[in-house]
Design a protein around this ligand. Structure first.
Ligand SMILES: Nc1ncnc2c1ncn2[C@@H]1O[C@H](COP(=O)(O)OP(=O)(O)OP(=O)(O)O)[C@@H](O)[C@H]1O
Ligand SMILES: [Mg+2]
Length: 257
């Protein structure tokens, strides 16, 4: 279980640009839950994910995993059990390395190893099996440089790499936003498949309201650092894209836009 407890986060404190984003922000996410997160630009979605990952400091509050305070745990330590896929397909992979080398790198996450030992041929079959789930034929291109793949292919490899080792959390930040509609659909379906097969606790930020409605078992909407919608289970299943759009518009009108 993940808990964000009374989180306070102020950007640029003491300057003219000071901005209090989170003021005693609370969120609990159950083990195995797949949470879709929507919200307008600047509502705090990425900041929230960064706080979970330890990528940005907080001013007060606690990040807890299974009841244990992990505030003091550095981001690179947290990433040993957190997989993250970014909006930009080039963020999660090394372009100058082959698919095999990238997979091996992901497999060795958190372990100390020299580059000479980086590619473990013994695991080749395992990597191929994982990639074959994608249905893109990448398992037959193990020696291809990742930089030579399309954005969609690269994002698919990023997803498999992020989920190769045992995880506490999968963090997805608009991971389909840079893809064409067909490839985005494919990556989204693959994401759902991987999440279900590996029983991953997942936080997915998306601007695609249909994905937010269709996928996951809980839906959150953020606005100005606050949760303005939180529906799970049957309540979530009953929500439509129109409902969320209506809420977006209501908030926007309240803001005077
Ligand atoms: N490093 C930073 N320094 C100062 N302000 C920041 C920083 N990162 C984010 N902010 C501010 O915090 C607010 C929330 O930003 P954040 O990136 O979390 O929003 P978001 O919901 O992910 O938006 P988007 O949908 O555009 O990705 C914004 O007002 C942003 O300007
Ligand atoms: Mg963001």
């Amino acid at each position: 279980m993940l808990e964000l407890k009374d989180i306070c986060k102020v950007y640029n404190p003491g300057s003219v640009n000071e901005m209090c984003l989170f003021d005693k922000f609370n969120l609990t996410i159950d083990q195995g839950s797949f949470v879709s997160i929507v919200g307008s630009n600047g509502s705090g979605k990425t900041s929230m994910l960064n706080i979970v990952c330890g990528s940005i400091p907080i001013d007060s509050g606690e990040v807890r995993i299974n009841g244990k305070n992990i505030n003091g745990k550095k981001d690179f330590c947290r990433y040993q059990t957190i997989g993250r896929v970014y909006q930009n397909p080039s963020m999660g992979t090394c372009p100058h390395m082959t698919i095999l080398e990238n997979m091996s790198l992901a497999d060795n996450k958190g372990k100390s190893f020299g580059l000479s030992k980086g590619v473990n041929r013994k695991h080749l079959d395992f990597y191929k099996e994982q990639l074959s789930v994608l249905g893109l034929g990448l398992e037959n291109k193990m020696d291809t440089l990742v930089g030579a793949l399309s954005g969609g292919q690269r994002q698919a490899v990023s997803l498999i790499m992020a989920t190769l080792t045992p995880l506490d959390f999968l963090i997805l930040d608009e991971h389909t936003a840079a893809l064409d509609p067909k490839t985005a659909e494919l990556i989204m379906a693959l994401t759902d498949k991987v999440v279900k097969e590996k029983h991953l606790t997942t936080m997915m930020v998306t601007h695609n309201l249909r994905y937010a409605v269709e996928y996951g078992d809980r839906l959150l909407m953020l606005d100005k650092g606050q949760i303005v919608l939180d529906k799970a289970g049957a309540d979530k299943a009953a929500i439509s894209v129109e409902d969320i759009l209506h809420l977006f518009n209501t908030i926007s009108i309240e803001c005077g836009n």
